[in-house]
Design a protein around this ligand. Structure first.
Ligand SMILES: Cc1cc2nc3c(=O)[nH]c(=O)nc-3n(C[C@H](O)[C@H](O)[C@H](O)COP(=O)(O)OP(=O)(O)OC[C@H]3O[C@@H](n4cnc5c(N)ncnc54)[C@H](O)[C@@H]3O)c2cc1C
Ligand code: FES
Length: 274
């Protein structure tokens, strides 16, 4: 009998790291499947995580597909499912189904400079593609990360960002002034204008809150980026993840299948339902 695609595979949480505390906490979970399986994925794809008895949530895979030992997810506590995930301990079991979505077209980006622009938890999907590009750096041009959060306490992957600075340019920002902060102060789109990444032979990948994405794209355009050089992800609410329930549609597009990754050239022609 054919496998039921809605039945998740069991996975054990092998590591939990608190990234951000406070009112909008973020934790990073590493998981391993209980039984061997053929889960392979592309950067930018997601998985549906189940907390049994609570429900399911679509979450981007933040680890690189080059690591086979575990799948990593970085999760902002929002409501029922994500709060339950935040209460879980190492050794607890969750369900995972997927992978879902189209992923980033990294093959098309070979030889190009990659400019990653993230805000808040939006660094999670970027983290997978950024590390994959770093591991295969001979295939790409120069990479750069422009990343911001509300305050320095809201920055995710802090230790890893310190390490990343040895390998690529990293430009951080916080929204408002705070004691001891020596980098950019202001919203991420303004930092993009400050840094002025060159559009020449470049691709810009931006993930974060919709309002940030809107103004990042506007500012990238002002710097001379073409619509085809800008990629983003759309995080419409999802239920089935496989193009059946109609929860995630933008016009005729099922974001869970046709997205969540879109170039601005594609997205700007879709109805503004995201
Ligand atoms: C393709 C995709 C990738 C995602 N990747 C990540 C990720 O890597 N890390 C992460 O922390 N979150 C990610 N999310 C968001 C995550 O799916 C939701 O935060 C989660 O499903 C909320 O579930 P909940 O049961 O905890 O909250 P609920 O109890 O369902 O809702 C709590 C609140 O969150 C709002 N909400 C729920 N889903 C969304 C959504 N998709 N967009 C905006 N608001 C929402 C609800 O309207 C409500 O106000 C992603 C979503 C999508 C569609
Ligand atoms: S989530 Fe059901 S159709 Fe996309």
């Amino acid at each position: 009998m054919k496998d039921n695609t809605y039945i998740p595979k069991l996975a054990k949480i092998i590591q939990i790291k608190e990234e951000v505390g406070g009112a909008r906490p973020i934790k990073t979970f590493r998981t391993q499947f209980i039984q061997d399986n053929n889960f392979s994925f592309k950067c930018g794809q997601c998985a549906m995580l189940s907390v049994f008895g609570k429900g399911e949530s679509m979450i981007s895979i933040s680890s690189t597909p080059l690591i086979k030992d575990y799948l990593q997810f970085s999760i902002l506590k929002m409501g029922r499912v994500t709060s339950s995930l935040h209460e879980m301990q190492e050794g607890d079991i969750i369900g995972i189904r997927g992978p879902y979505g189209n992923g980033f077209p990294m093959e098309k980006w070979k030889g190009k400079n990659l400019i990653f622009i993230g805000g808040g938890i939006g660094l999670a999907p970027i983290w997978s593609v950024l590390h994959t590009a770093l591991e295969k750096k001979e295939e790409y041009g120069d990479s750069m990360l422009i990343y911001g959060a509300r305050t320095s306490k809201d920055i995710v992957f802090k230790q890893e960002l310190a390490e990343l600075r040895k390998k690529m340019k990293v430009h951080l920002s916080v929204d408002v002034e705070e004691p001891g902060w020596e980098e950019f102060i202001g919203f991420v789109p303004l930092n993009v204008l400050e840094i002025k990444p060159s559009p020449k032979n470049s691709v810009a990948v931006t993930c974060g809150p919709p309002i940030m994405i809107k103004f990042v794209i506007q500012n990238l355009k002002a710097l001379g980026f073409e619509d085809e050089q800008i990629y983003t992800t759309v995080e419409n609410k999802m239920k089935c993840g496989i193009g059946k329930c109609g929860r995630c549609n933008i016009g005729l597009h099922y974001v869970c299948k046709d997205g969540p990754v879109y170039s601005w050239a594609e997205l700007k022609n879709l109805p503004q339902e995201y």
